[in-house]
Design a protein around this ligand. Structure first.
Ligand code: ARG
Ligand code: ZN
Length: 457
């Protein structure tokens, strides 16, 4: 059968008759259903409106994407919420929901290479999701708004997306909230407009961003807009209830930490920085997350919302994770190992625990040895201690083997080598090997892939 639509297809040429539906997942070893086959998103245009009283989110998401194969249908990831309409290139498309898959069938197949626009109208009360490890992500409702945190797959709780770190995109997020509340997100504030008792905040992220790094904080915040001595704009939003002295102290040192990290990891990769400190209801958990540009810190009564070590950790992720992003979830140690090592370096720099003492403690720990950092056995272990401290031990060992000079070059050049993109563990080991004449294979076999605990450092 000949498809008459082909003449109208943009780019890519003719669509083969009977083009198949694209895969509903990317086959990630740890989260096989995360993300979708068939396309690459280049831009998310999210136009949202939130009602903190009822917890209802109403929105339109416009995804600009390129088809990577000829396809008659494709999936988006979306958890909960009600989809009212889907259009592809302006024409109504049929759609179906099945769990967290939203299957879209455009009125004509898409050619490989075609650039297409999917518009999803949706609404509902976004949910807090429970991860395989029992932690929460997605949409944390607060008593004055909400905080969205999505590692590994929580973005789908508030917008339809290709929810996998391998598909990074630019974002324009406009969110309307009751006047008097602030909405803070990634990137830079491109404008605000108040009309009819509501304020719309337009946040723009031009640097490619993985979905798990997208955030949105809505509520009463004290906003501080300053810049670092080198002129980097800062936007820091703090829920006044989480503004304890330790938090204020840590945030005051944010420019100093960025400067110190830039000295080690290379130029800060993004156009702005800052932080979001929110007050979560008791008992919902929450964790600090390296949301792009502006890490998020959920505070809870009783404990300081932001510890300096945690600030160092989350800011280091801007290089290791946000700028150079793991290609798959198995590569997560490339984030957490580096961020843990950054904390060790900071403690030593501050005259506290030395890197050697932290390394010795990690070797002595028992929970740290459950599995090799490059191979978390299941998604429940993505954020388990071996990923963090054994990941950092890989770097500790690398430094001893390569020497300071080559190792510091590695720290500085690795993120830049994958600027705005993705990286695999195999790319990292090859990259490190190119910087030293020493054969690194035994080191990686023991520390990155080995199950047995080495007897000593
Ligand atoms: N990446 C975060 C960190 O900086 C941890 C995220 C944990 N996520 C989760 N769902 N438990 O360590
Ligand atoms: Zn981390």
């Amino acid at each position: 059968m000949l498809l008459t639509c082909c003449v109208a297809c943009t780019g890519g040429g003719a669509v083969a008759s009977g083009a198949p539906a694209a895969a509903p997942g990317l086959g990630d070893r740890l989260l096989p259903g995360a993300g979708n086959g068939g396309y690459d998103v280049t831009h998310y245009g999210l136009d949202l409106s939130y009602d903190p009283t009822g917890g209802r989110l109403t929105g339109t998401a416009v995804l600009t994407a390129t088809a990577t194969e000829a396809m008659s249908a494709f999936d988006l990831d979306l958890s909960g919420l009600t989809v009212g309409s889907v259009r592809v290139d302006g024409r109504p498309a049929t759609f179906r929901r099945d769990g967290t898959e939203l299957t879209v069938r455009p009125d004509r197949p898409l050619a490989r290479g075609a650039r297409f626009e999917t518009t999803v109208g949706y609404a509902g009360v976004p949910q807090l999701l429970t991860d395989p490890d029992g932690s929460h992500e997605g949409w944390f409702r607060t008593d004055d708004g909400a905080l969205a945190l999505g590692e590994p797959v929580g973005a789908m709780a508030w917008f339809p997306c290709n929810d996998h770190p391998s598909d990074k995109a630019a974002y324009d997020l406009t969110v309307s909230v009751p006047a008097g509340l602030t909405a803070v997100s990634n990137g830079e504030l491109a404008g605000t407009a108040t009309r009819g008792g509501r304020t719309a905040y337009h946040w723009r992220t031009t640097a490619p961003m993985a979905t798990y790094l997208a955030t949105l904080g809505i509520g009463h915040y004290t906003v501080t807009r300053t810049s670092t001595p080198s002129g980097l704009p800062l936007y820091i939003a703090v829920d006044p209830r989480s503004d304890d002295p330790q938090t204020a102290d840590a945030l005051r040192r944010l420019p100093e930490v960025l400067d110190w990290e830039s000295g080690l990891f290379g130029r800060y990769p993004f156009a702005s920085s800052g932080a979001i400190v929110d007050h979560l209801p008791k008992g919902v958990g929450g964790y600090a997350l390296e949301t792009q540009n502006r890490p998020a810190f959920p505070g809870d009564a009783g404990a300081p919302a932001v510890r300096l070590d945690t600030l160092v950790h989350e800011l280091s992720h801007q290089w290791f994770g946000d700028w150079a992003t793991p290609a798959s979830w198995s590569d997560i140690w490339l984030n957490e190992g580096f961020a843990t090592y950054a904390e060790w370096l900071w403690q030593e720099h501050e005259g506290g625990t030395t890197v050697a003492a932290n390394a010795a403690a990690a070797l002595a720990g028992t929970s740290d040895w459950a599995f090799p950092p490059a191979a978390p056995p299941t998604a429940a272990q993505l954020f388990a201690p071996p990923v963090y401290s054994r990941g950092a031990l890989v770097l500790y060992e690398l430094r001893r083997t390569m020497g300071d000079r080559a190792f510091l070059t590695l720290l500085r050049t690795w993120p830049a080598a994958h600027a705005g993109g993705n990286a695999t563990t195999a790319e990292f080991t090859a990259f490190a090997q190119r910087l030293t004449p020493h054969d690194l294979r035994p080191l990686f076999a023991t520390w990155l892939y080995g199950s047995a605990k080495p007897a000593h450092l």
